[in-house]
Design a protein around this ligand. Structure first.
Ligand SMILES: NC(=O)NCCC[C@H](N)C(=O)O
Length: 290
């Protein structure tokens, strides 16, 4: 069995699942995938390669999902079709119909890597990884919105309660509509166990109260940068506590994280992240954080 396990959002990233944008995004129909006018598949692929270099330089081993032209453009956002636990992977069930083929790609990859499958969310249940936040190792928050539903949250609770994990669902707003991507992780990026970058106007109020009650310090992302980036200014990947990778172009949000003690590396991601509604967190599925 190979190394796996993660019930933390910011513990040192040791092993991570990624998929190149080179073939997956190459022939994507921009309108069908709800990508913005800045989408450019060749540029997206080279920006993805730069992110992969930063992730590898942090010390994490990258496990690659096979790169083939299967038309699954969003499959580069490996955060969403599965969730890792300390007992194995949960294979999830996508809320965006065009992403329905992705969970089986993850399952095949985990089998190839010798990582156990703890369970599956089955339709009509829906849960996407971007809606899942480990508040601590025994508390999982899931955003209930257009991508994750109550049936799916209940299935995750049934799988994780026996492991001593409490699962809480929190309602998300509709914000930019059903076609757009708004996950719970669109409005919070944990930066360390006790520190998170947030856009509090869109945080579910009871989730905000849970974070405060647990002593998690909140860094507020700049509102103008959040609006200008469709929320991607907030999508920040911790490779270790207080060591993070962010999208370039949002100096106020970067400065706020630095003032809170973070070291922030940036990469250009207009064609990949801003256009396609997913940032460095979404482009990585942690397999091992410890
Ligand atoms: N975890 C994330 O926020 N993932 C971003 C996914 C973006 C992708 N274009 C989607 O709509 O699902």
């Amino acid at each position: 069995m190979s190394a796996f396990g993660s019930q933390s959002m910011a513990a040192p990233l040791r092993r991570v699942l990624m998929r190149s944008a080179a073939n997956a995004m190459r022939d994507a129909d921009r309108a069908a995938w709800h990508y913005g006018p800045g989408f450019n598949p060749a540029k997206a692929a080279s920006q993805h390669a730069v992110l992969a270099e930063l992730v590898a330089a942090s010390g994490a081993d990258i496990e690659w999902i096979e790169d083939k032209p299967d038309g699954l453009s969003d499959s580069v956002f490996t955060h969403d079709p599965s969730l890792m636990t300390d007992r194995g992977a949960l294979i999830l069930s996508m809320g965006k119909p065009l992403r329905a083929g992705e969970p089986s790609l993850h399952e095949e990859t985990y089998r190839r890597l010798g990582i156990p499958i703890l369970g599956r969310v089955e339709a009509p249940g829906q849960v996407e990884g971007g809606d899942c936040v480990w508040v601590d190792a025994r508390t999982l928050a899931i955003g209930r919105g257009v991508r994750s539903n109550q049936e799916g949250i209940q299935q995750v609770a049934n799988l994780l309660t026996p492991l001593g994990v409490s699962v809480y669902g929190f309602d998300l707003p509709l914000w930019q509509g059903e076609e757009a991507c708004l996950h719970l992780m669109s409005v919070i990026s944990p930066l360390a166990d006790d520190l998170a970058l947030v856009y509090s106007p869109l945080l579910p109020a009871p989730f905000y109260q849970m974070l405060k009650a647990r002593g998690i310090r909140l860094v507020e992302g700049d509102a103008e940068e959040f609006a200008a980036s469709n929320g991607l200014s907030l999508n920040v990947l911790p490779t270790s506590p207080l060591e993070v990778i962010a999208v370039a172009g949002f100096p106020k949000t970067k400065a706020a994280m630095e003032a809170a003690g973070c070291t922030v590396e940036i990469f250009e991601a207009d064609a990949l992240c801003i256009a396609c509604e997913g940032g460095p967190t979404c482009l990585t599925r942690p397999i091992l954080r410890q």
